[in-house]
Design a binder for this molecule. Structure first.
Ligand code: GDP
Ligand code: GDP
Length: 437
């Protein structure tokens, strides 16, 4: 099920990032505690009354500098309209309405979207009369907040969740492997998808009607059923929208959330960039299975160690997802594209693998015998037993005597032992340590 997207738009300095951080700060997920995971302040998960959403600060995507504020604001608004289910248009309650605010309001009003007008920096509980001027923007009643003081945020979030769309997502059968092909513009995502779908023996059909105008492509290959998530614009050679580099990241995000397996496509002729790392980081943060596809391999001058050098580079930069297999492909010539399909199946199986409790505890017991748990001030860590509590990704709860004694390095050791025994290639695995008296 895909989470609704809340997009925040507004001029520089109205308090967008303050608001963003206040809402994002309420929730800390298990995965986020892991070291090495890329943080990104433009994107965060939010929760209110048990409703989960993804929040995007468009000001972080298209930072505005003074001379070009209006054009940047237009971009921000476009991104918000394209991607948001609910748009928060933030204005400055101390400064009042500016001409930029009016223009942005005009753009937003024309879009057929849920828009909430948020007047920030009202730092007193009593709403001042000046608030009435904001009705002029034609976006309905302003919602008054102070992001700085944390005032009015509950009321704001009440309104936000009220405007979430009904979940229109197509529910796929459990056996269908949901794949998102993600990456920067021009790395070859469309080429790869078209190559796979163009193959003999692949039977294709479109599945429209999913949320946010996403078009999924369903296909079968041998016995197996797959869906490429959000292939709108990818299957046609000509794009509807001009490609804004950062915008495509947002599109990737929603696809990632709906997928089981992410193919992170990287352009071999360019090597790995920060943008690639961020996109891969989203897949990891969301607990998805992942394969790194180094594309355009046909264009690379190959010498003896070219593979190894590339692989080393990837491993170093993507150290947080050492579980992800790396594959060198060419969407143009079709090289190893069939192998990639096989690999999708493998990592998808690993992503939903269940380990029987007995087998798991045999492995944990052995691991503990081989490498004694750490102790501190005469107290030794005791590991009682573990059990798998979830799949997609596999999640384990391990019962221990004292959480203070469970160091990161020992947790990493346990993870490695479990990976060595069961494989889990291509999937992150999560651990939760619980104390038991
Ligand atoms: P952004 O550029 O829209 O992301 O704005 P920021 O969140 O960076 O905030 C710009 C400035 O406004 C900072 O100096 C904030 O401390 C200040 N600010 C943000 N929210 C409030 C508020 O509710 N009240 C007041 N008085 N200042 C605020
Ligand atoms: P997208 O923006 O990620 O969907 O990228 P496209 O699929 O549109 O590809 C961008 C450009 O790279 C196009 O001109 C493709 O023909 C080219 N391209 C894609 N994959 C390959 C490849 O494996 N080898 C070569 N030589 N060119 C490729």
């Amino acid at each position: 099920m895909s989470r609704p997207i809340v997009a925040i738009v507004g001029r520089p300095n109205v308090g967008k990032s303050t608001l963003f951080n206040k809402i994002a700060g309420r929730r800390i997920s298990i995965v986020e505690d892991k070291p090495g995971v890329t943080r990104d302040r433009i994107y965060a998960e939010g929760e209110w009354l048990n409703k989960y959403f993804t929040m995007i600060d468009t000001g972080g995507i298209e930072p505005a500098s003074d001379d070009i504020i209006m054009s940047q604001m237009r971009r921000q608004a476009e991104i918000a309209i394209e991607t948001g289910d609910v748009i928060l248009f933030v204005v400055d309650g101390l400064e009042g309405i500016t001409s930029t605010d009016k223009e942005v309001a005009n753009m937003l009003r024309k879009a057929n979207k849920e828009i909430l007008l948020v007047v920030n920096k009202i730092d007193t509980p009593k709403t001042p009369d000046t608030i009435y001027e904001f009705y002029e923007l034609g976006l309905g009643s302003p919602i008054v907040i102070s992001a700085g003081q944390g005032l009015g945020l509950g009321d704001l979030l009440d309104e936000v969740v009220k405007h979430f769309p009904e979940d229109k997502d197509v529910e796929y059968n459990e056996d269908v492997i949901k794949v998102a092909v993600i990456g920067k513009p021009n790395v070859g995502k469309s080429s790869l998808i078209n190559k796979i779908l163009g193959e003999e023996r692949v039977i294709v059909s479109d599945i429209p009607g999913t949320t946010r105008d996403a078009i999924d492509t369903y296909f079968t290959h041998g016995e197996d059923e797959y869906v490429f998530i959000d292939t709108a614009g990818m299957r046609k050679r000509k794009r509807i929208n001009e490609n804004i580099e950062r915008y495509s990241v947002v599109r990737s995000l929603t696809a990632i959330e709906r997928a089981d397996v992410c193919i992170v496509v990287i352009d071999a002729t360019e090597g790995i960039s920060e943008q690639d790392t961020k996109i891969a980081g989203y897949a990891h943060d969301n607990g998805k299975a992942a394969i790194i596809a180094v594309n355009k391999w046909d264009l690379v001058e190959k010498e003896t160690n070219t593979y190894l050098k590339f692989e080393e580079d990837m491993r170093r930069t993507l150290s947080f997802m050492s579980y992800a297999p790396i594959m060198f492909i060419s969407a143009e010539t079709g090289r190893r594209v069939n192998k990639l399909l096989d690999l999708i199946k493998v990592v998808s199986n690993n992503h939903s693998m269940r380990i029987p409790t007995g087998t798991l505890n045999d492995i944990i017991g052995e691991a503990v015998l081989m490498n004694q748990p750490p102790s501190d001030k005469g107290k030794r860590l005791k590991i009682y037993y573990g059990t798998q509590v979830g799949i997609k990704p596999p999640k384990f709860v391990i019962f221990i005597n004292d959480k203070e004694l469970m160091h990161f390095s020992y947790a990493r050791y346990l993870e490695n032992q479990i990976r060595q025994s069961f494989g889990f290639e291509g999937t992150p695995i999560q651990f939760e340590f619980r104390e038991k008296g």
